[in-house]
Design a protein around this ligand. Structure first.
Ligand SMILES: Cc1cc2nc3c(=O)[nH]c(=O)nc-3n(C[C@H](O)[C@H](O)[C@H](O)COP(=O)(O)O)c2cc1C
Length: 411
């Protein structure tokens, strides 16, 4: 693929992975991109401006207060004369400054002054990546529309360190660059689509103060809603009780019990895609007591008779034409024979895809930040690598967007 007119401003941060930028520049230029590079002060400790400039074939910019640079090009022009800004490696420090809106060096001033899309390739030690401060900063940056590639999971440069934090490889970054540039900002892949998502647990009342619940945190469902909104969809999120903040730009309907969730979902149709990530209770108490059940004077504990809740996934998957979403995706949270069960569930519920995950306590998935899923479709089973729930959400929504586009293209 050749991109004669596309200009990338590459901001190199001060991390070990900076050396990979030399390869990234070479490969980007081979594909016809014009690359201009800007290095942070710390980046100069890892790669030299001489090597970077030799590969870009251009001046390398480093100093906000350089009289020559500011007179000839200036930080505002640098930020505008690019089609895409790529930050690689995006260090923890650079991410924090971006999230905080700092502008005390050339890199951060350019990033704050830009009106262009920004793609970052984080690279850092796994402890830095998992730190709550970095998690917060990553969420803020995603909310600001910054696109991420990686980090990957693997060995670190430091001995005996492994986990999430390896910078994506240059070819992966190039693929993300091409995907980002191929997408006009005015026409996001889910523009004009309605995506309906359920999230969180349900609370099934026993009496006015007690309920039956489960351990679902809502992290995965809320991340899916946020990812769909980021790709331009109108998103309705029907959420059971969770402590997750409302994703930006999403219509949130809060419910408690499974029956309320079904009613809210039905009232939100039609939708192009419906994703049922909520952990809906299978059973509820047959007769909910209007008064708090008291123990005084009673010898035996009350017996709770359970009856089945409505099956939201199956109900919506069997809606008639005009009501059934084009793509219906269910979740299967299991503790054994996860994939075989999910394959059966896809057929019995009549949905299109099942996202299956193992929620045995030792996986830490229920309530945790990471997820390992198997995507079960009519074509087979894909085993995805372990990723954080935001990355799972983004990948799933990208797949759903492709699927909807291919259906429209073939219609
Ligand atoms: C040997 C060495 C390697 C480092 N590698 C990384 C790294 O991979 N990721 C990171 O976020 N910080 C790393 N740091 C810390 C950053 O260099 C430091 O936070 C610096 O202020 C980042 O500046 P910048 O983000 O403005 O480029 C490293 C530091 C040293 C001394």
């Amino acid at each position: 693929m050749s991109h004669p007119k596309k200009r990338i401003l590459l901001i190199i941060g001060g991390g070990i992975a900076a050396y990979k930028c030399l390869d990234l520049i070479r490969r980007a230029r081979e594909r016809g991109f014009a690359v201009r590079a800007l290095m942070t002060k710390a980046a100069g400790e890892f790669v030299t401006p001489l090597s970077v400039g030799a590969l870009t074939g251009d001046r390398v910019f480093q100093d906000l207060f350089s009289l020559d640079d500011e007179r000839e090009i200036g930080h505002i022009r640098l930020s505008r004369e690019a089609d895409l800004i790529v930050v690689a490696p995006a260090t923890a420090d650079l991410m924090a400054k971006m999230a905080g809106g700092h502008a005390d060096d050339l890199a951060t001033a350019v990033l704050l002054a830009t009106d262009k899309p920004v793609l970052i390739a984080p690279a850092m030690n796994p402890y830095m990546w998992r730190h709550p401060a970095t998690r917060r900063n990553a969420d803020l940056l995603r909310g600001d529309g910054v696109a991420f590639i990686g980090p990957n999971v693997g060995e670190m440069a430091e001995r005996n360190e492994a986990g999430p934090g390896r910078m994506a490889e240059p070819l992966e970054i190039l693929t993300a660059i091409e995907a980002r540039l191929a997408r006009p900002t005015s026409a996001l892949p889910l523009s004009g689509r309605h995506v309906l998502v359920t999230s969180g647990p349900t609370h099934e009342p026993i009496d006015p103060v007690r309920y039956i619940a489960n351990r679902s945190s809502g992290k995965q469902g809320h991340a899916i809603a946020a990812a769909a909104a980021a790709l331009g969809a109108r998103v309705t999120l029907v959420s059971g009780p969770t402590t997750q903040p409302d994703p930006k730009g999403v219509d949130v309907i809060r419910v408690e019990a499974a029956r309320d969730m079904l009613a809210a979902v039905e009232a939100s149709l039609p939708a192009d895609c419906a994703i049922f990530a909520a952990a809906v209770a299978d059973w509820r108490v047959a007769t909910e007591s209007d008064e708090k059940i008291k123990k005084d004077g009673k010898k035996a504990a009350p017996k709770l008779e359970l009856i089945e809740n409505p099956d939201i996934l199956k109900t919506i998957a069997h809606e008639g034409p005009g009501r059934r979403p084009t793509l219906v995706i269910g979740f299967a949270a299991e503790t054994e024979t996860v994939v075989a069960f999910a394959q059966r569930k896809r057929k019995s519920k009549g949905c299109d895809w099942i996202v299956a995950n193992d929620v045995s306590p030792e996986t830490g998935i229920m309530g945790g930040d990471r997820n390992t899923i198997h995507l079960v479709t009519a074509d087979g089973v894909e085993d995805w690598p372990e990723m954080d729930k935001v990355a799972v959400a983004e990948a799933l929504i990208a797949r759903a967007a492709d699927h909807l586009l291919s259906i429209t293209a073939n219609a």
